[in-house]
Design a protein around this ligand. Structure first.
Ligand SMILES: Nc1ncnc2c1ncn2[C@@H]1O[C@H](COP(=O)(O)OP(=O)(O)OP(=O)(O)O)[C@@H](O)[C@H]1O
Length: 317
């Protein structure tokens, strides 16, 4: 049975549609990431899922029971669903241990395990005004987790973190799923975070779900240019463009990611082209290649190419 069932959720404010007939399910321990442009409705949806917002119509079922909206209960929220807002705040000048023991429902041993998983054991005797952003966030998370939620709902948890703290948080979330059997749903703008972390991605635009699927599916077969663009650079080739690279599309178009092209110095290995632009991106180079008047973005890990080089390009088979 699904842990969470979101059924036909809609919401309007002043005739502006914030959510339009949103439905999806989350299985126990499934990791779902919701992405989409700013204003797509992600926060509004998370609040409704966790009982901190009110839908106009539709139902959220958690463990097959209705989650009451914020206007249907005195204290908004659901005791088994922990919601961490993008704008959480820790009480100032408290010891961390005072905060995390407050509301604790775990045994001392399990609380200790949780503090270890959240990488905050070394911070327990620290005051809250002497913490980094990443540390504060893991403490805010831990304050929710000591209450033994079943579902963790996180709004943009990676948005203010550097790559090191982002990786720590992803590891923490994975260990919570494995060690404490907690399911998680989160929002993120960053394709790298959603692709590497999620089992399932939901892409939203203007209050609607535009595509839902496994990360590989969303990345390689996006339903439209909006979804393609959310997950990085892409080439949209018409049938005529594709014919340059020897692909027959019968009038259709195809979307190809930059890494789907291969460059070679061997004339037998593709069509002749020239490198018009080149930029270093850390672990790869991004090239703009012109071949028979068709310009494509190409990604390569090789440092053998220079702007102005002539080479031969083909689509990876
Ligand atoms: N209480 C409100 N009254 C009127 N409009 C609202 C209200 N809350 C949100 N909105 C609008 O609803 C839309 C969706 O907002 P929401 O915060 O859910 O989007 P989001 O996808 O989370 O955006 P972001 O990624 O920028 O946080 C936005 O256009 C926002 O301005």
């Amino acid at each position: 049975m699904a842990l969470l069932q979101v059924q036909h959720i809609s919401k309007k404010v002043n005739d502006i549609i914030l959510l339009d007939d949103i439905s999806f399910e989350q299985q126990p321990l499934q990791k779902i990431a919701i992405t989409g442009e700013s204003g797509a409705g992600k926060t509004t949806l998370l609040k409704i899922i966790s009982g901190h917002g009110q839908a106009d119509s539709g139902t959220v079922l958690f463990e097959a029971k209705k989650v009451a909206g914020s206007e249907e209960q005195l204290l908004p929220g659901h005791k088994k669903i922990a919601y961490l807002s993008q704008h959480y705040e820790l009480l100032n000048n408290y010891y961390v241990e005072e905060l995390v023991w407050f509301g604790n429902q775990l045994s001392e041993e399990n609380a200790g395990k949780l503090f270890d998983i959240c990488r905050i054991t070394h911070l327990l005797r620290r005051r809250t005004n002497k913490l980094s952003g990443g540390e504060k966030q893991r403490i805010a998370l831990c304050m929710l987790l000591v209450k033994q939620p079943v579902l963790l709902v996180l709004d943009e948890p990676f948005s203010n973190l550097d790559p090191i703290h982002t990786d720590i948080l992803k590891t923490v979330l994975d260990e919570l799923t494995d060690g404490f059997q907690i399911s998680c749903i989160l929002t993120s703008h960053d394709p790298h975070d959603t692709l590497s972390w999620a089992d399932e991605i939901i892409v939203m635009k203007e209050g609607k779900i535009v595509q839902q699927g496994a990360p590989e599916e969303i990345y390689h077969t996006p339903i439209n240019e909006y979804v393609a663009g959310m997950f990085g650079r892409y080439n949209l080739l018409t049938a005529n463009d594709a014919a340059v690279f020897g692909i027959e599309l019968n009038g259709k178009t195809v979307m190809l990611r930059p890494e789907e092209f291969v460059l070679s110095k061997n004339p037998a290995e593709g069509v002749k082209g020239v490198i018009e632009q080149m930029s270093f991106r850390g672990s790869f180079y991004e090239l703009q290649v012109l071949a028979n008047n068709v310009s494509v973005v190409v990604r390569t890990m090789s440092n053998e190419w220079r702007k102005g080089d002539t080479m031969f390009i083909k689509i990876r088979s």
